[in-house]
Design a protein around this ligand. Structure first.
Ligand code: PLP
Length: 367
């Protein structure tokens, strides 16, 4: 049996989501068809829009369903039509690859956007689109996006927030002033391959995919109504459980972090002094390559990540930790433990057992 501690990569699908998707799959009908079955599908999609917007506490947004967080980020970066783009240095590749020539705003050693540097860059650059994520997928560091929205708007910029990892885990009040927000269903117990871009009402978006004019012309292609039905149920569940789950998972996360540090004083928690996602722990073991740690834990039946998984399945060096620790080998020596709705105390125990054995075998501090 594998101990699954990789929720930031993808979460197991929640049972009620599977039920909702099964039910939706039984009711075929193209949401663009005018007959009753088409209208029923359209109705389900409109209800899902409200559930997804509610997850981030916004009523003043249009919800454009996409194939996931990556497409939502790309649609914001390319579709909002701003020539100048600034991104934080710790954005997900979905944003970085969509804006390859954008200047990068540095972060502190705790993985938080450097607000002084940001302010200077906003003032010294022709205004455009600023992209800052809500919470980082590797360290969990929560960015002060409410404050960043204030700075951006004062300087005439739009703010896009990649909220893929924060949604369902953080208080959505932070997002009240964001101009656009990217979400992904599979990080909150919904299906992979579904996401949404939420844009402030009245903002124009140029589509990346043209065709039949679905999503009010902003994203053509017959909607994935089965996936969208699952996304809606996952969003409602994540919103409802948010506060209780945040408490439960934070306690579990801290038990793992403190347990590791008690066993191995040389271990370090990345972004440890920052406000972090309740479910995310970036744990470095100095002197041991992250890839080696991930493989050793995998052999012991524990699934965690390091850096960002690229499609080849190899561990890619983390640009996030590199931005926090330039020229420091520690950036290549941290693994990510991430928890979620089905995580238990036993998972934490099994991780600590496997991690402790790995550390005793591999850490230079033991030899
Ligand atoms: N943004 C962040 C912060 C993520 O963690 C991810 C997924 O890893 C994405 C975007 C991409 O989302 P998706 O897998 O739905 O394309």
């Amino acid at each position: 049996m594998t101990t699954y501690l990789d929720y930031n990569a993808t979460a197991p699908i929640r049972p009620p989501v599977i039920e909702a998707m099964t039910e939706a799959a039984r009711c075929h009908g193209n949401p663009s068809s005018v007959h009753a079955m088409g209208r029923a599908a359209r109705h389900r999609i409109e209800a899902a829009r409200r559930a997804v917007a509610a997850l981030v506490g916004r009523e003043d947004v249009d919800v454009i369903f996409t194939s996931g967080g990556t497409e939502a980020d790309a649609l914001a970066v390319r579709g909002l039509g701003r020539e100048t783009i600034l991104v934080s240095a710790i954005e997900h590749d979905a944003v970085l690859a969509a804006a390859p020539s954008a200047a990068r705003v540095p972060v502190t050693g705790d993985g938080i956007v450097d607000l002084h540097a940001l302010q200077d860059m906003l003032e010294d650059t022709q205004s455009g689109l600023l992209c800052v994520m809500w919470a980082n997928n590797e360290t969990g560091a929560v960015q002060p996006v409410a404050e960043i929205a204030r700075l951006a708007h004062a300087a005439g910029w739009l703010l896009h927030v990649d909220a893929v990892q924060g949604a369902g885990r953080l208080d959505p009040a932070d997002l009240a002033e964001a101009d656009s927000i990217a979400l992904s269903a599979h990080k909150i117990g919904g299906p992979p391959g579904v996401g949404a871009l939420l844009i402030r009402e009245g903002l124009a978006v140029t589509p990346m995919i043209a065709g039949g004019g679905q999503e009010r012309g902003r994203r053509s292609g017959t909607e994935n109504d089965v996936g969208i039905a699952g996304f809606a149920v996952a969003a409602a569940a994540a919103a409802e459980e948010r506060d209780a789950e945040a408490m439960r998972l934070r306690a579990l996360r801290d038990r793992i972090g403190q347990g590791a540090r008690a066993r191995a004083p040389e271990a370090r928690i990345m972004a440890g002094a920052a406000e972090r996602l309740c479910n995310t722990l970036s744990l470095a073991l100095p002197g041991v390559a992250a890839e080696t740690q991930v493989m050793a834990l995998d052999l012991a039946g524990v699934a965690v990540s390091a850096g960002s998984a690229c499609s080849s399945g190899k561990v890619k060096r983390s640009h996030v930790l590199d931005a926090m620790f330039p020229d420091d080998p520690i950036a290549g020596q941290a693994i990510r433990v991430s928890l979620g709705w089905a995580s238990t105390d036993e998972d934490a125990d099994r991780f600590l057992h496997a991690w402790g054995a790995m550390r005793d075998r591999l850490s230079p501090a033991v030899r």
